[in-house]
Write a protein that binds this ligand. Sequence first.
Ligand code: ATP
Ligand code: MG
Ligand code: MG
Ligand code: MG
Length: 482
Amino acid sequence: MNSSELRQTFLDFFESKQHKIESSAPMVIKDDPTLMFTNAGMNQFKDIFLGNSPIKYNRIANSQKCLRVSGKHNDLEEVGHDTYHHTMFEMLGNWSFGDYFKKEAIDWAWELLVDVLKLPTDRLYASVFEGSEEDNMKRDDEAAGYWEKHLPADHIINGNKKDNFWEMGDVGPCGPCSEIHIDLRSEDERKRIPGRDLINMDHPQVVEIWNLVFMQFNRKADGSLEALPHQHVDTGMGFERLCMAMQNKQSNYDTDVFQPIIQAIAKMCGKTYGENEEVDIALRVIADHIRTISFAITDSQLPSNNKAGYVIRRILRRAVRYGYTFLDLKDPFMYRLVEVLIEVMGKHFPELIKQRELIEKVVKEEENSFLRTLANGIKLLDQIIEKTKADDFKVVQGEVAFELYDTYGFPLDLTELILKENGLVVNRREFNEAMEAQKNRSRSATAMETGDWIEILKDDKEEFVGYDYLSTDVKITRYRKM
Ligand code: ATP
Ligand code: MG
Ligand code: MG
Ligand code: MG
């Protein structure tokens, strides 16, 4: 089944269960100070769950464009390196607003995956909330009971609060969830490690595909839970992951969602996908990023120097640099991928077709402007890397990253990515200080404040910190390797 048919099958299935089919909300959110991008299907229904909006339809289903590159959900570092996290992805969802609850949500998920889509039952697992002492909550035996009708006991796994209890925030609607995982390991490997005790949910080929959230509590300011007057269901299934399972692939990138784009890039640079890991990562990253950039532009979010616009610019520059360094693509190439993206996704997302010219023009201009300085920036960075390694240092001065940012247009996370490839990190505190100093200089020089610098720094601190090993508030001292 190809991806278009699969998406349609999902929507048709829930339509047959009396769901109203909605179109996707925008991926870029313009009017919510707490969220820059839609990161889950439920975002657009937040006010219904909070009781601030009336319920128009009790049952809704759709495919939502999501982006996870900032805030609580930041998957950017995984993209291209693993096989199933993207920046932009489609989340297939069905919702019940005060209507059906656990039984129907579970039975229908099963009916769709097994009866309609014919996924092999012996490869499916469901997780249920194991309970939490601090919240005085018991295991979700109710959900487990419904799963037991479909799955043997050793395919029902207990999950902790982190994975199996969803909360909107510190206060507000929340509840246990049940996730469906699929074991995509080869037959050989399954034979080698059979059995439940040994099924490792963290195995890279045991993949979470669908999350069913059962909203039944309200978390109060004092931390206690009370039952909600109306119970809701919020589900989200990764469309590209479902395509992988349905098309018998071991990577989302091997499905018809990504292959046409990957092949188009491979053709441009005269390389073959699947021969060299470094090249493959670059091909995957670019195929991923062109989707994000194109869809952001259709939401009228152009690349810019602050907030959401800067996130998009960073993603684009990241892709350009992967092409430049690993695929030898020295001229604008991203804009030429819009055509094939439209072939893959244009039918369901006609905004791509309508805005094709704009997307191509904006992407090409961005590429051109970055390529003007990219070569020199990389040269400078290479020298720094060589010297830092020769000196046996691990940490590059923040001023260098700032110069790359200021003169060569390298977003900080791009400099950090290149350094990481070389086992180095940057001193972020120094970078921030240099940024601050330049802000003060330009303030006194022109007595004109644009606010752009401040925004960028804010976003960097609050929205784009992707690295655990180095955060802005850790004071870094240079050290020598032993
Ligand atoms: P994971 O544990 O794999 O990061 P998650 O638990 O963060 O996923 P949810 O918030 O439960 O994901 O979102 C619902 C579904 O969306 C997931 O079950 C998965 O299929 C899909 N999904 C989540 N993040 C991504 C992503 N970055 N790229 C593609 N699909 C995703
Ligand atoms: Mg995640
Ligand atoms: Mg998960
Ligand atoms: Mg999940």
